[in-house]
Design a protein. Structure first.
Length: 212
């Protein structure tokens, strides 16, 4: 049975978010940026607030995944659970150019124990995307104060799984990735899916209606 955190105090979430913004300013005073882990956690909190605003009025409890729940946030109504994986990125300059990059990993699935991927550096990696129903990508401004949200159904990622495979050795820890290009660099690692997404990304921005 998946364990979910009990009812969350929204005011406590807001306080934590304010504290992170204060921490960001303090860290900048010593010439650093907040770490990707902190920015990622901040993105999860923003996602929780957005999901609560949309889905609580539809009768869902919006909770953080815990214990055996492998997804970051779970929408819970009766026996129904919708697992949402949250990925956060700030604008960066990487091998693909300038844009937002999200690392995604497959995870072991009890229903499909035989599924595996031959990773170029990690070797045989077992798992799939069954641990979430939707992936929610959070694009953060550098000051953390502005965010854009994109909703991707798992079926879409499964359909384009080959194009999402991570082939760059610099990011060998992840099995897959999604790239939001702003200024692309010439590289054969930019796939057909990356380019097609540029033309259709508005379809997925704030697409809360896709979650059902």
């Amino acid at each position: 049975m998946k364990k979910l955190l009990s009812k969350i105090d929204g005011s406590a979430i807001q306080k934590v978010m304010k504290d992170i913004l204060i921490l960001k300013k303090d860290v900048e005073k010593i010439g650093h940026k907040v770490s990707p882990d902190i920015a990622g956690f901040y993105g999860e909190l923003l996602a929780w607030v957005q999901l609560r605003n949309v889905f609580e009025k539809k009768g869902y409890a919006v909770k953080f995944g815990s214990g055996q729940s492998k997804a970051d946030i779970v929408l819970h109504k009766g026996v129904k659970r919708i697992n949402i994986e949250v990925k956060t990125s700030r604008l960066k300059e990487e091998w693909f150019g300038i844009g937002y990059g999200f690392a995604i990993n497959i995870k072991r699935c009890g229903e499909h124990p035989g599924r595996m991927l031959l990773h170029p550096k990690r070797g045989r990696v077992h798992g799939d995307f069954c641990y979430f129903n939707y992936l929610l990508a959070v694009l953060l401004s550098d000051d953390l104060r502005k965010a854009r949200f994109y909703v991707f159904p798992r079926k879409l990622l499964e359909k384009n799984e080959v194009s999402l495979r991570n082939r760059n050795k610099r990011f060998s820890s992840s099995t897959h990735r999604i790239i939001f290009l702003e200024k692309p660099r010439r590289t054969d690692e930019i796939t057909r899916f990356d380019r097609l997404f540029l033309k259709s990304k508005k379809k997925f921005e704030n697409a809360w209606s896709l979650i059902s």
